[in-house]
Design a protein. Structure first.
Length: 164
C-alpha cells in the first residue's frame, strides 16, 4: 500500500535517482537539514512492502509574493505582499515515472495545503516549472502562469478547495 510520510533517517535517500541531479542532491544531502532547521518539509512516497525505498517526494515551504506578479484579476484583491505556500520540489524515481505517482504526490500536497490554509492565511500554492513540459504538467491541475515569468505558476486557494 502506498503511503506518504515526512522524510526521516529511516528512508534510503542514497538510492533515489529521478534523473535530475539537483533534485537527487537535494533529497540526499539537504532535505533533512531543511526539516531540522524549519525551512521546509519534505514528504516521501513509500510502499508498505519496502518502507525504506523512496518512490517519490515533494517539498513544501512558505513564501511571500509581490502582488504585481499575480494575474490582474487576482492581484487587485490583495496588498503589496501576499503569503502563500510553494511546492518547492517534486520528483519521482526513474522507474516509476509516467505511472501516476507524480499526480498522487501533488494530490497529497494539495490536501496539506488546504489544511494549512484552514489554520494560516495563504492565497494559494506556487511552483517553479523547470521547463515548458513541466509547465504543461502543472497547468493540467489548474496552475496559472505569473505575469512576467511563465515558468512560475500559481494555484489559487479557491481552486485548491474545489479539489477537497
Amino acid at each position: 500500500m502506498l503511503k506518504i510520510e515526512l522524510l526521516d533517517k529511516s528512508h534510503n535517500r542514497k538510492q533515489f535517482d529521478c534523473g535530475n541531479t539537483q533534485l537527487k542532491i537535494f533529497l540526499q544531502k539537504i532535505a533533512r537539514q531543511h526539516i531540522t532547521k524549519g525551512m521546509s518539509r519534505t514528504f516521501v512516497l513509500i510502499n508498505d512492502e519496502n518502507p525504506k525505498k523512496i518512490l517519490g517526494f515533494y517539498t513544501l515551504s512558505i513564501c511571500e509574493v509581490e502582488k504585481d506578479y499575480l494575474p490582474l484579476i487576482i492581484a487587485k484583491r490583495y496588498p503589496d505582499q501576499v503569503p502563500a505556500l510553494k511546492l518547492a520540489r517534486l520528483a519521482v524515481l526513474k522507474d516509476y515515472q509516467h505511472k501516476g505517482y507524480g499526480n498522487y504526490l501533488i494530490g497529497n500536497a494539495v490536501e496539506k495545503v488546504i489544511v494549512i490554509s484552514e489554520n494560516v492565511g495563504i492565497i494559494g500554492l506556487f511552483v517553479d516549472a523547470k521547463d515548458n513540459q513541466a509547465k504543461a504538467y502543472y497547468e493540467q491541475f489548474g496552475f496559472i502562469s505569473l505575469n512576467g515569468n511563465p515558468l512560475i505558476l500559481f494555484l489559487p486557494i479557491q481552486t485548491l478547495v474545489q479539489y477537497k
